[in-house]
Design a binder for this molecule. Sequence first.
Ligand SMILES: Nc1ncnc2c1ncn2[C@@H]1O[C@H](COP(=O)(O)OP(=O)(O)O)[C@@H](O)[C@H]1O
Length: 822
Amino acid sequence: MRLAETDARIEVADQEKTRVELLEGQLEKLHSELAQKGSDAELHDIQTGVLSDANDTISSLTVELNSIREENASLKNEIESFKTQLNDVKNNDERLVVLEKERLFLESALKDLESKLSISPEAVSELSTLKVECKYLSDKVENLQLLLDKATKQADQAVIVLQQNQDLQREVDKLEATLEEANIYKLSSDKLQKDNELMQQKIKLLENSLEKSDEDINSYVQLYQQSVNEFQDTLNILQKGSKKKTLDEPVEDMPWEFWSQLLLLIDGWALEKKISVDDAKLLREKVWKKDKSISDIYLACKGQNEDEAISSFLGLTSSATSPGLHVIHIAAEMAPVAKVGGLGDVVCGLSKALQKKGHLVEIVLPKYDCMQYDRIGDIRALDVVIESYFDGQLFKNKIWVGTVEGLPVYFIEPHHPDKFFWRGDFYGERDDFRRFSYFSRVALEFLLQAGKKPDIIHCHDWQTAFIAPLYWDVYVPKGLNSARICFTCHNFEYQGTAPASELESCGLDSHHLNRPDRMQDNSAHNRVNSVKGGVVYSNIVTTVSPTYAQEVRTAEGGKGLQSTLSTHSKKFIGVLNGIDTDIWNPATDPFLDVQYNANDLQGKSENKEALRRKLGLSSEDVKRPLVGCITRLVPQKGVHLIRHAIYLTLELGGQFVLLGSSPVPHIQREFEGIANHFKNHDHIRLILKYDESLSHTIYAASDMFIIPSIFEPCGLTQMISMRYGAVPIVRKTGGLNDSVFDIDDDTIPSQFQNGFTFLNADEKGINGALVRAINLYQNDPESWKQLVQKDMNIDFSWDSSAAQYEELYLKSVTRGRATKRA
Ligand SMILES: Nc1ncnc2c1ncn2[C@@H]1O[C@H](COP(=O)(O)OP(=O)(O)O)[C@@H](O)[C@H]1O
């Protein structure tokens, strides 16, 4: 466009130039005419006029010409530059080519549009339908909008209602929280009440032990007074002697005052329980003898504090103290040679633990025909016959000796026509009362004839409770009088009662003993009760757990003996049993396919697999929990709950293995029925017999172990199962309550939580615990593993229980010596 404009302007300029050239021509013509005509006036006027006009025109034209020239020059320049630009553009082929291409593209696009335009009539019709549809839709949208507006209004209202609801909900929540608080408060007040009751029981216990310790102190005082008296006597004798001696012997170095002060110092320590009675006795004897070693120590101790002085004095006694106590257990069972239940385990476990503590421990057992003779080391008959009284006659008895678990054991074989221990069974005979009263008598006869002087005779359960009255009434007069009697009742359900006259057989005086304060049964006055005799005539009476010791003082738990136990409560105490951790040790157990420990649980899984194979149970699901139960099938063990647990375990996806047998025919029959019902079942197996080795493999294979006892004096199976990594599910009663603590019970410190417990002896109770256990096993394997490891590491050994027995024995022995001197 600018080029065209410039061209136009050039054209105009050219025209102007031509005009200027024309005017220049005219001007020259006029100049020449002027020169020709000369002084003509008109001409002069004209000439002047024309000249001035021409001059004006010329000057204006000159100005114009000059400006045009300038413009022309600039235009020329511009033209030149445009030309160069034009040349540049023309030279720029590429851009031209691109533009050409663009042009072609636009052309083809144009053609496209044209062709599309040619089919547009169809589109137009479609467009019109669409328009109709669109109209219809927009109507609909309008309707919907209306509906939406309406709905929005309703929603607004709903929101208001919702808010009101939420306010209400908050109110309800608050009320519920208050209700919960009230419930918690109620529970805690219930708990408080229970705690109060417990506290009162504890206070009572404390009062009892206070009274007991008063009694102890009194006995010590008596002992002390007696020693003072004895000392006084000696002193008198010595004084008399010394008066005599003054004439021919030099007076002792130290004045009497010195020795008396020393004596009082020792007695003070003994009374203040800073040294044991035995040590005090030894030190006192040294003072008595005016032993130089003790006077030296006394002098050397001046300026030392009391503790240092005591330890210096005790240095004198350590070499002289007796090696320990001589304890003899007389029992009807001892594991593993003659075991029916927990009693056998206790006799063996406690004896081993006491032996380890340095005491001399011996055991006297009947020589049953059905014993596990292969578990007795070096059994042999002694070349001796012990004659023992029974039914007014003397009967011969053979004495066998052998070792069981490293302990010395005496087996008594009666040569009596009734073949008391040749019955193929331990108990359950019609004449059990006679069998065991016979055995109790011959056991004491043996001790007497063997010249034994035990410090403690420990008898167990009704079978050997006869020992207590026999000892005091028959054997002390015969000279077997060194011992104190300890009686442990492992289960107050079995009391050994019989018509009073039956006592006569073993030499006890039924008239003397059949009295309410002696052996008379509390519910049948013409009968005597062996356990009652044990309680009344023993120096120490124990049972097998602290909770059970409380329970048996109630009408429900005491089975008729509650009043007797209350009367003798000062000497009655519950000591929780331990287990023999050498026998029950998964790391060394020879009965297991694979030994294992808490840090290596792979072996436990392998034992589970092995048991499944052995019993023909399905191994398909490794994670299916295995619930074990090993028990005597008697009502005490909650047989109806065991039966329920079998079905419940199946329902919950577990497997159940029961090992048990029943002395009660209808229970045995019932379980035989269940066993047959599940004979070839994939997940349930009932083995109705006593089988020691199988019991070990079941403990090892089980993930859980169920003990729903109605009452349980101590129970060992929960401890054994924990040691083998089977988590116990138990009813809170007796010893179970003292050894199993629920993992969900916040009142128990977490380090003690080790199993699942329930209180009510019904299906609902057991359901709760079993469901919780299986849930944890299936849903939280890590927590389960930690629980298993924690259980396996708990110390259930006899160590602490044996220490308690040791203390009871020692106190009783001390008291016995004090009484003898008095
Ligand atoms: N059928 C059985 N086979 C093998 N051992 C059994 C059988 N029944 C019980 N036991 C064992 O007997 C002991 C039971 O002791 P405990 O729990 O105190 O019950 P109780 O003394 O009342 O029978 C455990 O060592 C247990 O393993």
